[in-house]
Design a protein. Structure first.
Length: 97
């Protein structure tokens, strides 16, 4: 597991190799989360992205249209254990392919 706090660091990590799953916060300034998801979709199509947000902007599901590797969309208030379960579920699906 690698934890980064900025889009530039996430992009550097993806340049070094594929990640199975990314948790991207859409509330971060500068739409960095979408840039990371776009790069992952292009360079590592099997990488899945779990988006989290405190906003209702994507509550209509458009995030799934905008990001082909989106596998979940959760509020930032999601309990850590529930977030971990979603990550484990989708991570297991990636590992089987």
């Amino acid at each position: 597991m690698t934890l980064v706090h900025a889009a530039d660091a996430a992009l550097d990590r993806l340049r070094a190799g594929r990640a199975d799953i990314i948790v991207a916060n859409l509330d971060l300034p500068g739409s960095g989360a979408m840039a990371v998801a776009d790069y992952a979709a292009y360079r590592h199509p099997a990488t899945k992205v779990v988006f989290v947000t405190g906003s209702s902007v994507f509550s209509d599901g458009t995030v799934f249209e905008m990001s082909p590797n989106a596998c979940a969309f959760l509020p930032t208030s999601t309990a850590p254990d529930d977030l971990a379960a979603v990550i484990a579920h989708h991570g297991d699906r990636v590992a089987k392919h």
